[in-house]
Design a protein around this ligand. Structure first.
Ligand code: GDP
Ligand code: CA
Length: 325
């Protein structure tokens, strides 16, 4: 048995995981995914977990492939009806099929089930081939500190990302509730007992960063016997999709594969990484990081399809074998 544990946000995480599952299809592997719930939001009384759903739909074959989030063959009748009542927000893509997921989740949560049980119940339908665990059963919400007409104010991450398109500079990110949160059942064990831990090319600040904000998860990564290997979401000083640059800038990290590695830090130096992968175009960064003590490999890091994502996963597992502490 090869036990592989991965932390994941939404699109970048999910597409990588689909490659990882394909790369491990022929051996008896157990994949455990620790999903970000910092993006979660309650809307119209529905509890929505965008990153868990992106992982679930992507691995379950229900994702809108081009969009990268939401359901394939989606319709927006409910959203139109809400708009007719002048009930917002209009900036959240709430599809009819998607709403069924949120209804099941909200109903189970209000019946008292923890999010981890609810997630397992939802995933039973989709047969992911991986175990998907929320980072915590406790509510943790990423808020963004912005300047609202001369006054500092915090908005929910979704409002900043979707409504403001990350166009208003973020001054800081606050993971509300993280201090009192505990990792969901199985999360710490999945890191401790893994043969390999992977950090997919997810947003380092609001996907991986929020997971690391849950007390105990960072320590588990720093102390696990498993090698921890990450892949850069930044290629040639820009995010591949989305606005991770706006997040990195806010926390004073340059948008580069080199700087993100420095942000995570090497385990030899109190950080969380034993190995790192950057795109072939960032070969210079790979050489420099390796010289500085973080073994780094440069390979193609664009996930054009499942095969390219699988090749990335295979390379990450190779690096893990090379750096195994
Ligand atoms: P989100 O929650 O939907 O934003 O998804 P994640 O946090 O999991 O992933 C977002 C990150 O994935 C962004 O910073 C992108 O740069 C990165 N990303 C998306 N597609 C690719 C790709 O093909 N290759 C690499 N290396 N990164 C990617
Ligand atoms: Ca997300």
């Amino acid at each position: 048995v090869r036990r592989v544990t991965a932390l994941a946000g939404g699109i970048g995480g999910a597409r990588f995981l689909r490659g990882l599952r394909a790369a491990l299809a022929d051996i008896h592997a157990e994949i455990t995914v620790i999903g970000n719930t910092g993006d979660d939001i309650t809307m119209h009384g529905l509890r929505i977990c965008p990153d868990l759903d992106t992982v679930m739909y992507t691995l379950g074959g229900g994702i809108h492939e081009d969009q990268g989030w939401g359901r394939a063959d989606e319709t927006y009748t409910v959203k139109e009806e809400l708009a007719a009542y002048d009930v917002g927000p209009t900036w959240f893509g709430l599809g009819d099929r998607d709403i069924a997921t949120h209804l099941v989740r909200s109903q189970m949560l209000s019946a008292g089930y923890p999010l981890s049980d609810v997630t397992a119940a939802l995933c039973a339908r989709w047969q992911l081939g991986v175990a998907l665990l929320p980072m915590s059963d406790d509510r943790v919400e990423t808020h963004v500190v912005i300047d609202g007409d001369g006054q500092r104010r915090a908005v929910h991450f979704q409002e900043w990302w979707l409504h403001l398109h990350a166009g208003v500079p973020a001054q800081d990110f606050v993971f509300i509730g993280a201090d009192e949160a505990t990792p969901a059942p199985g999360v710490i064990d999945a890191i401790r007992n893994a043969d390999v831990v992977l950090l997919p090319p997810s947003n380092p600040v609001v996907s991986i960063g929020s997971i690391l904000a849950v007390p105990g998860i960072g320590d588990a990564l720093r102390t696990t016997a498993a090698p921890v290997v990450g892949l850069s979401p930044i290629i040639g000083n820009a995010p591949v999709r989305g606005m991770a640059d706006a997040c990195l800038t806010a926390i004073g990290v340059e948008t580069s594969a080199y700087a993100v590695a420095g942000h995570y830090g090497s385990r030899a130096d109190q950080g969380i990484l034993d190995g790192w992968l950057v795109d072939e175009s960032d070969k210079d960064a790979a050489d420099l990081l390796t010289e500085e003590g973080l073994p780094t490999r440069a390979i193609p890091l664009f996930m054009h399809d499942v095969d390219t994502a699988a090749a990335m996963a295979t390379a990450a597992l190779d690096v893990a074998d090379e750096v195994r502490p």
